[in-house]
Design a protein around this ligand. Structure first.
Ligand code: DGT
Ligand code: CA
Ligand code: ZN
Length: 597
């Protein structure tokens, strides 16, 4: 009888390794459990069959003693060694080791001296200032631990995935650092970061150099490294301070760089489909390169037994475009590699060749100034937007219901028009448009009378309150808002905050259908906490012929440039082309594009 599956075994091995660490066992013994856990996690064979046939020890990295423990767990549902050691500690003690900078030695000391056995205990001990009194700890460590606690809790609540925006600064800095390593000819970010996913589990970097070791030596001198997690011949992994981010660096000879970059950019789903296609053409693709198979190997490869060693000719792949060209496909930009239909489109040469880019954006849409909750004055924002190359700028403060965000009363709104006129006179070369970010009230009404809305150039309608409504209420609220003839743009549509607040429940298909009928423009909000719409919904909107606004939602001069990449990421990932976006047009074209008639 099978009582434990692969994931249970993997967790048990990892836990046992962690408890052994707490117990101060030697590093080799502990490492053996980690290696075994990895081995089982990556197993393609059926685990219970291996156990039945007593073949576990034939797996590299699994010795006699660990094999026995796995066998016991698979056949009885228990691992005695784990249960015994577990019983010596409080049940949540392993949580402690999820705190950055808190290794097993320190965790053990905290337990022995203060009875700390969970994250909550640790927080209390820090707040009561008990930790600083311990030998080797001090006030600074105590503060660091409190900070680390927050990171550990956040990671636990999000399955460990971090917001793209929180990761990019360190990832970019590290990439620049790697580019300066001895012998490096090319280097790039890979993985989900390169694909611009809104959350990422870790950072992958791929570099080309004749000898990996000096590159790894340089890598490990990066000032923000907290610990070295693993080092091999072509891969090295570290954990960074402050964010607790894991970074995997792979170093290969320059001739293998492009195929490795392609492999480690992913996504897995994109690759799986691509590899199937390659086989049809007698090619194998792997992280090691692209190979043309010998006659007769094709069938074997299709049966899944192809190895790169057995395929004959390695084909030169200078860059990723070569690889797609070999398969008779258009180049697929990294953001699109998710198996959302891009492979079929690239084969048919119908992939959009003109995905929207930063240089296409002519006007800044959705911005706040000191008139509501922004931090820079109207004139400062206008001058900064002009310096960035924007030729128009839509002023869209909060409306009166959003009192907490300095929303404008009718009187203040009209006062602002005078100020806008004044700045339009004094700052040449950029046109300020009068607008508002009006609250969509509970029943779908907007926040000002039509007689006022109709005087504005740009009306964005957004939901800011009453997120507790149910799906039906929320859907009707938005549908009703679209009936207002003066609404141009639906702002941050789902209201989600990445890793913090789920999208509001609503029937998106129904809403987008009505938006298409009513010619509402849909916002792609670049605030890095929002990235709202998501790429999936952008696709749905575009399928209906809807237009998008690439909005910054800038509340400061800095955010004018800092937010744009995140709106672009979401839009591009959803296949948005230049012509799908209203603010790729000049001011006249923009005003025409958002019109409802
Ligand atoms: P993440 O890290 O969860 O945010 O997402 P990724 O896509 O960065 O995933 P990661 O870091 O596990 O792996 C990086 C890339 O390496 C992945 O996108 C594709 C490639 N890769 C990793 N494991 C496999 C695999 O088992 N099969 C294939 N075909 N590719 C893999
Ligand atoms: Ca990754
Ligand atoms: Zn808003």
């Amino acid at each position: 009888m099978v009582t434990a599956d692969k994931s249970v075994v993997v967790k048990a091995l990892r836990d046992l390794g962690a408890y052994l660490q707490l117990n101060g066992e030697n590093a080799f013994k502990v490492r053996a459990y980690d290696i075994a856990a990895e081995r089982i996690a990556g197993l393609s064979e059926d685990l219970s069959a291996l156990v039945e046939q007593q073949k576990l020890t034939s797996l590299p990295g699994i010795g006699e003693s660990i094999a026995k423990k796995i066998e016991e767990l698979v056949t009885t549902g228990k691992m005695t060694a784990l249960d015994e050691i577990k019983a010596r500690f409080p049940p949540k003690i392993l949580e402690l080791m999820t705190v950055p900078d808190l290794g097993p030695k320190k965790a053990r000391a905290l337990f022995d001296q203060l009875g700390v056995g969970s994250l909550d205990d640790l927080e209390k001990a820090c707040r009561d200032q008990q930790v600083r009194g311990m030998k080797g700890f001090g006030q600074k460590t105590e503060e660091k631990l409190l900070n680390g606690l927050e990171i550990a809790r956040r990671a636990a609540s999000t399955g460990g995935r971090k917001k793209l925006a929180d990761v990019l600064p360190q990832a970019d800095a590290l990439l620049e650092w790697i580019k300066k390593a001895p012998g490096v000819t090319r280097a790039s970010l890979g993985g989900s970061v390169r694909r611009q996913k809104e959350t990422v589990a870790d950072v992958d970097i791929i570099a080309a150099a004749p000898d990996p070791q000096p590159v790894f030596a340089h890598f490990q001198k990066f000032p923000l490294i907290a610990e070295l997690i693993g080092a091999g011949e072509s891969k090295s992994s570290v954990r960074l301070k402050e964010t607790d981010l894991q970074v995997d660096l792979r170093v290969l000879p320059d001739e293998d760089f492009a195929s490795a970059l392609h492999h480690f950019t992913g996504s897995k789903a994109h690759h799986i489909k691509l590899r199937g296609l390659a086989l049809e053409k007698g090619l194998t693709i792997s992280e090691w390169g692209v190979f043309r198979m010998k006659e007769g190997q094709n069938a074997a490869a299709k049966a899944g037994v192809a190895k790169h060693e057995s395929a004959e000719a390695k084909l030169p792949i200078r860059d990723e475009a070569d690889l797609y060209a070999l398969l008779g496909m258009q180049f697929v930009p990294p953001e699109l590699r998710e198996d959302w239909g891009e492979i079929e489109a690239a084969l048919a040469h119908t992939l959009p060749a003109d995905l929207v880019t930063a240089k296409d954006i002519q006007g800044n849409v959705h911005s706040h100034t000191t008139w509501s909750d922004g931090v820079n004055s109207l004139e400062e924002m206008a001058r900064a937007a002009k310096a960035l190359g924007f030729t128009y700028f839509t002023v869209t403060e909060h409306s009166q219901t959003s009192g907490y965000a300095g929303g404008l009363t009718l009187e203040r709104l009209k006062q602002q028009w005078d100020e806008i006129d004044r700045v339009n006179e004094t700052v040449k070369g950029i046109r300020l448009l009068k607008g508002i970010e009006s609250d969509i009230l509970e029943d779908g009404r907007l926040d000002y009378p039509d007689s006022v809305l109709e005087q504005l150039d740009v009306v964005i309608g957004s939901i800011h309150q009453r997120y507790s409504q149910d799906e039906d209420q929320m859907t009707k609220r938005v549908l009703n808002a679209f009936d207002n003839p003066f609404l141009h743009i639906w702002g941050h549509p789902t209201g989600r905050l990445i890793n913090k607040r789920e999208p509001a429940p609503m029937r998106m298909d129904e809403i987008l259908d009505k938006a298409a009928k009513k010619k509402i423009t849909i916002e792609v909000n670049g605030c890095p906490d929002r990235m709202d719409l998501s790429p999936e919904h952008v696709r749905k909107a575009l399928e209906r012929g809807l237009k998008l606004s690439i909005s910054t939602d800038a509340h400061s001069v800095n955010e004018l440039s800092a937010h744009l990449p995140f709106a672009l990421a979401s839009a591009r990932k959803g296949w948005a082309r230049v012509q799908d976006v209203v603010n790729t047009r000049d001011v006249k074209g923009f005003l025409k594009a958002i019109r409802r008639d």
